[in-house]
Design a protein around this ligand. Structure first.
Ligand SMILES: C[S@@+](CC[C@H](N)C(=O)[O-])C[C@H]1O[C@@H](n2cnc3c(N)ncnc32)[C@H](O)[C@@H]1O
Length: 359
C-alpha cells in the first residue's frame, strides 16, 4: 500500500511539472497573443507568487534532510519532548551526519574497544543483538548494520528522523530511552552516543535501562564531547569560548536540569554498579585548518570548525531560552565563533567509555 509521503511526493512532482509546462506555455502565449489576453493570463496566474511556491516545492528536498527529506522534521518536533533542549531540524540533522563522518575519521572507524570481536560471526551462535540509544538520524546504526549483516540492530529515538529505508537487519523505533520495551538481558551491545543532553535523571534512568537489557558479559559504549575547546599546549580555553560554554552550561542546568555529564561518564557507570572493565579513552579533534602540520588534521579541523559553528548556533537558542538578552546572546555567539575561526591550535576532546556487564 502507498504511504502518505508517496502521495505527497507524487502531488508535488505533478504540481511542479504542470506549472513548468504552464510557465513555458504562457511565455509563448504572452509573446504571441493580444495584450488583453496576456493580461488575463497574468491575473489568473500571478507569476511571482506561483514561482515562489514552485521554488519552495522544488527545493524542499535540499532544504531539509540529507537524502531523506520526508523523514525529516522541523524544529517544531522539539515540542514533542520539551526536556530535550536542542532543535532536531534539518540543519541539526545535517550537522549530526557530518559529525558522524568526522568522528569516524578521528576514531578510525565506527567503534573502539572490543566491539569487532563481540560482534564477530560464530558458527551455531544465537542471534547477536545491538541496541542504539538516542539514535538520531541513525547513520551509525545503518553503517554498523552494513558492516555486520548477521547482527540484528534496534535503534530508538524520541523523534522520527531516521532513514525510511534502513537495511533489513535494522529496526528504528520512536521510543523513549528511559523506559525500554525490551526484556532483561536481550542485547550483546548497547551503544549510547551523544545522549548527555538528557536531563540528569533521564540520563541515569537510561543507563539503568541499558544495564538491564544487556546480557551478562555484554558491552556498553558511551561517547561524548568534553565540551570546552582548548589549546592543549597551554591547557587553556580562550575567553570567548569559555564565556559561551559557561552560559550554555548554566542555561542547560537552570532550564532543563542538565548538568555537565560528559566528564563524569565513568562515575555514572561505576555508581550504577554491575559493570567491570570500565575503560575511558580520549581523542582530540582539531578545530580549524590552521596551526596543524599534518594534512589530515588540517582537513579534519576545517570540516569540524564548520559543524561547530552550526552547533554553536543551536546552543545559542538554548542560551536565549534561558532568558539571556538578544544582544548578550549575539555577543556570546560572535565571541565563540570569532575565536574558533581565528585562534590556531584549538582542539576538543572526545571521550569514549566502554564497560562490561558483570556475568
Ligand atoms: C545529539 S542527538 C545524537 C544522535 C546520535 N546518537 C548521533 O550520535 O548522531 C540526541 C538525540 O537524542 C534524542 N533523544 C532525546 N531525548 C530522548 C529520549 N528520552 N528518548 C529517546 N531519544 C531521545 C533526540 O531526539 C536526538 O535525536
Amino acid at each position: 500500500m502507498r504511504e502518505k509521503w508517496e502521495y505527497f511526493e507524487a502531488a508535488r512532482r505533478g504540481f511542479c511539472s504542470c506549472w513548468l509546462i504552464w510557465l513555458k506555455l504562457s511565455c509563448i502565449l504572452r509573446h504571441s497573443v493580444s495584450p488583453v489576453l496576456a493580461r488575463y493570463i497574468s491575473i489568473l496566474f500571478p507569476a511571482k507568487k506561483m514561482e515562489t511556491l514552485l521554488v519552495l516545492l522544488h527545493h524542499l528536498p535540499e532544504t531539509l534532510d540529507d537524502d531523506d527529506y520526508l523523514s525529516d522534521t522541523s524544529s517544531i518536533l522539539t515540542e514533542i519532548d520539551p526536556s530535550y533542549p536542542f532543535p532536531v531540524d534539518g540543519r541539526e540533522q545535517n550537522r549530526m551526519n557530518e559529525q558522524h563522518d568526522l568522528l569516524k575519521e578521528l576514531l578510525g572507524g565506527n567503534y573502539v574497544g572490543p566491539v569487532r570481536d563481540l560482534l564477530a560471526r560464530r558458527p551455531l551462535q544465537r542471534q547477536i543483538k545491538v541496541l542504539d540509544l538516542c539514535t538520531g538520524t541513525g547513520k551509525w546504526v545503518v553503517e554498523m548494520a552494513e558492516e555486520f549483516p548477521h547482527v540484528k540492530f534496534n535503534a530508538l529515538d524520541i523523534v522520527p528522523i531516521s532513514t525510511r529505508s534502513p537495511p533489513r537487519n535494522v529496526d528504528f523505533e520512536v521510543h523513549d530511552v528511559t523506559s525500554i520495551r525490551f526484556p532483561d538481558s536481550s542485547f550483546d551491545f548497547v551503544h549510547a552516543r551523544h545522549c548527555s543532553l538528557l536531563p540528569e535523571i533521564e540520563y541515569s534512568t537510561m543507563l539503568t535501562e541499558a544495564s538491564r537489557v544487556l546480557r551478562p558479559g555484554g558491552l556498553i559504549l558511551l561517547g561524548e564531547w568534553i565540551h570546552l575547546p582548548i589549546d592543549f599546549q597551554t591547557g587553556r580555553s580562550p575567553p570567548g569560548v569559555t564565556a559561551f560554554c559557561q552560559a550554555l552550561n548554566s542555561s542547560l542546568l537552570s532550564e532543563y536540569a542538565i548538568p555537565n555529564i560528559p566528564p563524569y561518564l565513568t562515575d555514572y557507570i561505576s555508581q550504577l554498579g554491575g559493570f567491570d572493565d570500565i575503560q575511558s579513552r580520549d581523542y582530540r579533534m582539531p578545530i580549524g585548518d590552521w596551526g596543524w602540520s599534518s594534512p589530515r588534521a588540517k582537513a579534519l579541523g576545517f570540516k569540524f570548525g564548520r559543524t561547530l559553528k552550526i552547533w554553536a548556533e543551536s546552543a545559542a537558542m538554548v542560551i536565549a531560552k534561558a532568558g539571556y538578552g538578544e544582544d548578550v546572546v549575539k555577543g556570546l555567539l560572535d565571541g565563540f565563533k570569532g575565536e574558533i575561526f581565528n585562534i590556531a591550535g584549538l582542539q576538543i576532546a572526545y571521550r569514549v567509555v566502554t564497560a562490561r556487564r558483570l556475568a
